[in-house]
Design a protein around this ligand. Structure first.
Ligand code: HPA
Length: 286
């Protein structure tokens, strides 16, 4: 028999109820249909929402919410109305490599779904390995390779959260991909397309590992996103994934990799990235 869940249905419901109460909403009302998780250095979307009347709640103030130890991750949930669309925005996330159980890593995702989110934008900083990729490029995630060695659905399945064996064939919904390409084009932004390889981390990859994931068909590599995409799909939400290519992956670049470089590159693109994501909100809700 599996251990009693510390991030199970009861905790998800309690966290969602607390968020609604703090945002001044009735318990029976969904809060937002669109959600976004902002990766390392990509928090500008949240700042913009706050400047325009959004409400913020620190993760520490939400029952059972895990809090991140990673620099560049703020750790707050922003609720806002943007152009008439209700959105929930996570500024920062926790990762498997921080020592959190997979069920804790996806707890915030499940709370977003409990709050009404049906379309979830997952963003991240990633190392690029596709030919022609450069730091600062954006990549639309067409699919993922979960190479973390784990899965957030391991353990007893709670059917209130989703089915035992969820289908993953359209997790990164093709309709949302088409929409993102159209919105990006309107901004004069090129979106590359590729498969995201999710690694455990926290060490960056060796050149041999990058050679491996390239052979497997990956276009970018990172340490987040795949668990959240699995949990969102399990819960019946559609995912749109966008990677900010902050560096060329190990062995492709001759440079040493550093988190400072990752944050620096993300900072350079965060304004145009934010403009794209903000525009996507209204289009996703339509
Ligand atoms: N590898 C893994 N994760 C990353 C990278 C990388 O090169 N860049 C940003 N996150």
């Amino acid at each position: 028999m599996a251990q009693p869940a510390s991030h199970g249905f009861a905790q998800i419901t309690a966290a969602a109820a607390a968020v609604k109460e703090r945002m001044g909403k009735r318990p029976d009302q969904p809060l937002a249909e669109v959600g976004v998780v902002l990766g390392s250095g990509l928090g500008h979307v949240g700042d913009t929402l706050l400047e325009h009347g959004g409400q913020a709640l620190d993760y520490g103030a939400i029952p059972h919410f895990p809090t991140s130890s990673v620099e560049g991750h703020k750790g707050r949930l922003v609720y806002a109305q943007h152009d008439g669309t209700d959105v929930l925005c996570m500024q920062g996330r926790v990762h498997f490599y921080e020592g959190y159980a997979p069920s804790a890593v996806v707890f915030p995702t499940r709370v977003l779904l409990a709050l009404g989110v049906k379309k979830l934008i997952l963003t991240n900083a990633a190392g690029g390995l596709q030919d022609g990729m450069r730091p600062g490029d954006l990549m639309l995630i067409t699919d993922h390779l979960n190479l973390t060695g784990s899965n957030p659905l391991v353990g007893e399945n709670d059917p209130r959260l989703g089915p035992r064996f969820p289908d993953m064939s359209d997790t990164y919904a093709k309709t949302l991909q088409a929409l993102a390409l159209e919105v990006a084009q309107g901004h004069g932004l090129e979106l590359k397309k590729g498969v995201y390889a999710g690694m455990l981390g926290p060490s960056y990859e060796t050149p041999a590992e990058i050679h491996m994931v390239r052979t497997l068909g990956a276009g970018a590599v990172g340490m987040s996103t795949v668990f959240e995409a699995i949990a969102a799909s399990h819960g019946g939400a559609e995912v749109l994934g966008i990677s900010c290519i902050t560096n060329l992956a190990a062995g492709i670049s001759q440079e040493k990799l550093s988190h400072d470089e990752v944050k620096e590159t993300a900072k350079q693109v965060e304004k145009s990235f934010a403009a794209l994501v903000l525009d996507l909100f209204g289009r996703l809700a339509a």
